[in-house]
Each structure stands twice: as structure tokens, then as C-alpha cells.
Ligand binder design. Structure first.
Ligand SMILES: NC(=O)c1ccc[n+]([C@@H]2O[C@H](COP(=O)([O-])OP(=O)(O)OC[C@H]3O[C@@H](n4cnc5c(N)ncnc54)[C@H](O)[C@@H]3O)[C@@H](O)[C@H]2O)c1
Ligand SMILES: N[C@H](CO)Cc1c[nH]c[nH+]1
Ligand SMILES: [Zn+2]
Length: 427
């Protein structure tokens, strides 16, 4: 079910996640086709990949009403509770524009401006992810984005999962489009007759989605590579084996490509967690997915001590890292690379998936070395502001002239000289 390996043999990066050369060729073709044929191409790819006929891509008001009929009030309450906590967390990430007046009267500053329109991809192949709607849309709204549109794959009946629709409406999204995979990413990047072109595409997805996001980057911005889920748990004898196994399974059940790894200096814990994984997995409705994930991408490594476990986790740069050890806070300073860090026995990763507050859209496949969790910054951009005074021109003008002439750019130098030579008539 799960192999015991040496810590230095571990590698959670999955080459399949980035797609084979044939898949990349196919995704390029999908993008090119959608760019040139718009909605006609979308319908054809939905027929081919989702095996369903979708005549109206935009979710209608009637479909939204139907969705509300299908969900329990408790689900709506839970969405609202989670949304409030996610909003409160992201409010704290907000940055403001700033301006400062120098002694010579020059004003320098930076404007922080929201993106105008963002496209969120909500995965919908193997499972519906209403929580992902909240985790992407709310940070965008807090940033001040004018419009967020959603694309998500249709189910076999041609409709969108009701929980996803209700989450979108609760989050205040007006336009939801029934299209998934690479074709959805292409539509958001280039626009079609019905889907508007956006400035940035966010959200996780399978390898076709991820490949397409990479390929359209430059045409639009993208958030990051957020693919199949990953968890690394570092645990010592203070941990309860049943809790460790439950936490590993919580990510393994996402996808056969998900990765769940335990690093422990305790042989006893490793053996107990292995037993727990077997018995708990059997009881899961998604046991086949979880078992495949543990078999193909899961591992337990016995480390010399917690320090070696932390060093190994840094090398893996996992999406989620749980520290279920005696004194988790004492290790925080040693953690260099992880999308999200969960400290102590009472911080299971599932809390972060739904309600803690930070977005659960996190860098995967080792990209936590250089990428950050999705947040308000992803939905803003900055503009530098310069309002120079005459004194600044007088003081620094010659520096510009010297540097411009060194670069052979005499027109640059001239644009300063005309001001240096000017009588003070412009204040
Ligand atoms: N990192 C995160 O925050 C996060 C959150 C939620 C989900 N996830 C991950 O997102 C992924 C979702 O994947 P999914 O597949 O369930 O849903 P998905 O929505 O990403 O992909 C489904 C789409 O893929 C396309 N497709 C399927 N087979 C294809 C093929 N052979 N060729 C071309 N296109 C094809 C179809 O058009 C379909 O609509 C999972 O790996 C899950 O773990 C990550
Ligand atoms: N764990 C996933 C991110 O890796 C997010 C998620 C959504 N729903 C449950 N979990
Ligand atoms: Zn999860």
C-alpha cells in the first residue's frame, strides 16, 4: 500500500504532471483552435473530452435556482462561515498605495491597482470543488477586481455541479461558464463569442489545465502551477498514528496523482501509521483513488531525527507540511520551502482546505521553492509614481545627461537639458 524508503530517495515531483510531449502538442492544438474558432471549438472539445453536448455555455438564472434547490441549508451556512474567515484573513494581506514628498518637493510613490477582470478555473473532473471557488474568488474581491468569471467542466448531464454553482453565487460571481480543461484556459486567454478575455487566470486543475496555463502565460498572467495535492507530515512519537494516517489520506483521496509522505524518526510510529493507513483506507468511499495515490506517490521515510526530516521536507518543497512533533514551534525557523505550514497535532491540513482562512490554492510539484500561496497580491499590480520638482531636475539632471550620453542616447539627455536651461516658468 505504501513503501518505506530512504529519505534521500524521496522525490514528490511528478513528471507526468507537466504532460508528455504528445500531450503538449495536443494542448497547443486545443489553444490554437479555440483562439481561431471560438465557441465552435469549445463545443467540439467539450463533446470530445467531457463526452457531453453543451448548447448554452453560460450558466442561466434557472440553472442557478435549481442548484439552490439541490443543496442543504447547512451547506450554505458552512459556505458562509468559511467565506467570512477567508475574507477576514485576506483583508489583512491588503497593501495600500503610498506617496512620499522628498525635501526638494518631489513626490515619489507606488499605486497598488486591482486587475480588471480575472478568470478562475474551478476543477470539476473527478470531484466538485465549491471550496476552491471561495479560495480564489475572495482574494480577488478583497484586492478590488472588478469582475471575476468562472469556468468549470460540465458533468455528464451537461450541468454544473450544484455545490459549485451555489458557492459561486454566494461569493458574488455573476458569470459561470460550462467549460473545462485546456479549452477553458484558451477561452479565458483569448476570449470567444461568449467568454470574455481576462487579464489573469487562476485556480488549480489537472495536467491539461496546467499545461494550457503555462502555454498561454504572456498572453495573460497566471497564478502558479497548482496541480495534484501533496502533503508531507513530519511526526515523532508524540503523534497519534491514527491522526497521522487520517491526515495523509485526506490528500491521497484527491487524485491518484496526489502525494502523501510521512517523515519520522520513529520506527514504531511508521509501523503503526502503515497499519492505520490500511484499515482507514478500506473504509473510504474514495479508497481506490487513495490507495493508488499511496502506492504510486506515497512513502514513509525513517529519518535519523526531526532535523533530517525537516531538511528532507525543504528539499521536497511540498504544497502542505504538517509538523506533528513535540515542540513544532522550535522548527519553524528551519522550514524554508512549503506552500503552507501546519503546526501541532490540532492543525490537520483539512482545516486549511476549508476554513482556517488562507487560500488552499498553493504551489505544487516543488514550485513552493519560488512560489507563494494564492493571495491578494496575485490580483493587484503596481504603478510607480514620479512627480519631480524643478529642484530635482537641477540637482539630478546632470546625472541623467551623463548616463544617457554613456548609452549613446542623446535624445534622453536633451529632454533633461531643455529643462536645465529653462527659466523657472512652470513652478
Ligand atoms: N492545488 C489546489 O489548490 C487544488 C485544489 C483542488 C483540486 N486540485 C487538484 O486539481 C486536479 C483536478 O483535476 P480533475 O481532472 O479532477 O479536474 P479538471 O477540471 O482539472 O479537469 C477536467 C477536464 O480535463 C479535460 N480532460 C480530461 N481528459 C482529457 C484528455 N484525455 N485530454 C484532454 N483533456 C482532457 C476535460 O475537458 C475535463 O473538463 C486534481 O489533481 C486535484 O488534486 C488542486
Ligand atoms: N487540498 C486541496 C489543495 O491541495 C484543496 C481542497 C479542496 N477541497 C478539499 N481540498
Ligand atoms: Zn484537500
Amino acid at each position: 500500500m505504501i513503501s518505506i524508503v530512504k529519505a534521500d530517495e524521496l522525490d514528490i515531483r511528478r513528471r507526468e504532471e507537466t504532460g508528455s510531449p504528445e500531450e503538449e502538442r495536443m494542448v497547443r492544438e486545443v489553444i490554437r483552435h479555440v483562439q481561431h474558432k471560438g465557441d465552435t471549438a469549445l463545443a467540439a472539445y467539450t463533446r470530445r473530452f467531457d463526452k457531453v453536448e453543451v448548447t448554452e455555455t453560460l450558466v442561466s438564472a434557472v440553472e442557478m435556482e435549481d442548484a439552490y434547490q439541490q443543496v442543504e441549508p447547512a451547506f450554505i451556512n458552512a459556505l458562509q462561515t468559511a467565506a467570512a474567515k477567508i475574507r477576514a484573513y485576506h483583508e489583512r494581506q491588503k497593501r495600500t498605495s503610498w506617496m512620499e514628498t522628498e525635501t526638494d518637493g518631489t513626490v515619489l510613490g507606488q499605486l497598488v491597482l486591482p486587475l480588471e477582470r480575472v478568470g478562475v478555473y474551478v476543477p470539476g473532473g473527478r470531484a466538485a470543488y465549491p471550496s476552491t471557488v471561495l479560495m480564489t474568488v475572495i482574494p480577488a474581491q478583497v484586492a478590488g477586481v472588478e469582475e471575476v468569471v468562472i469556468t468549470t467542466p460540465p458533468q455528464a448531464d451537461g450541468k454544473i455541479d450544484a455545490t459549485t454553482l451555489v458557492a459561486a453565487r454566494e461569493a458574488g460571481v455573476e458569470r459561470i461558464f460550462k467549460v473545462g480543461g485546456a479549452q477553458a484556459i484558451a477561452a479565458l486567454a483569448f476570449g470567444t463569442e461568449t467568454i470574455p478575455r481576462v487579464d489573469k487566470i487562476c485556480g488549480p486543475g489537472n495536467r491539461y489545465v496546467t499545461l494550457a496555463k503555462r502555454l498561454v502565460y504572456g498572453q495573460v498572467d497566471i497564478d502558479m502551477i497548482a496541480g495534484p495535492s501533496e502533503i508531507v507530515v513530519i511526526a515523532d512519537d508524540s503523534a497519534d498514528a491514527a491522526w497521522v494516517a487520517a491526515d495523509l489520506l485526506s490528500q491521497a483521496e484527491h487524485d491518484p496523482m496526489a502525494s502523501a509522505v510521512l517523515l519520522t524518526p520513529s520506527q514504531t510510529l511508521a509501523a503503526a501509521v502503515t497499519r492505520e493507513l490500511i484499515s482507514q483506507c478500506e473504509r473510504l468511499p474514495r479508497r481506490e483513488i487513495a490507495a493508488q495515490s499511496l502506492r504510486e506517490h506515497g512513502a514513509i521515510a525513517i529519518t535519523v531525527d526531526v532535523a533530517e526530516a525537516v531538511a528532507t521536507a525543504n528539499r521536497l518543497a511540498p504544497e502542505h507540511l504538517q509538523l506533528m512533533v513535540e515542540d513544532p514551534w522550535s522548527w519553524v525557523g528551519q522550514v524554508r520551502h512549503a506552500g503552507a505550514l501546519f503546526l501541532g497535532h490540532w492543525s490537520p491540513e483539512a482545516l486549511g482546505d476549508y476554513v482556517a482562512g488562507p487560500s488552499h490554492v498553493l504551489p505544487t510539484n516543488g514550485t513552493a521553492r519560488f512560489s507563494s500561496p494564492l493571495g491578494v497580491d496575485d490580483f493587484t499590480k503596481k504603478t510607480s509614481l514620479i512627480a519631480a520638482s524643478r529642484d530635482m531636475i537641477q540637482r539630478d539632471g546632470q546625472t541623467v545627461v551623463t548616463l544617457a550620453e554613456a548609452e549613446g542616447l542623446s535624445a534622453h539627455a536633451a529632454s533633461i537639458r531643455v529643462r536645465l536651461e529653462k527659466e523657472d516658468t512652470h513652478g
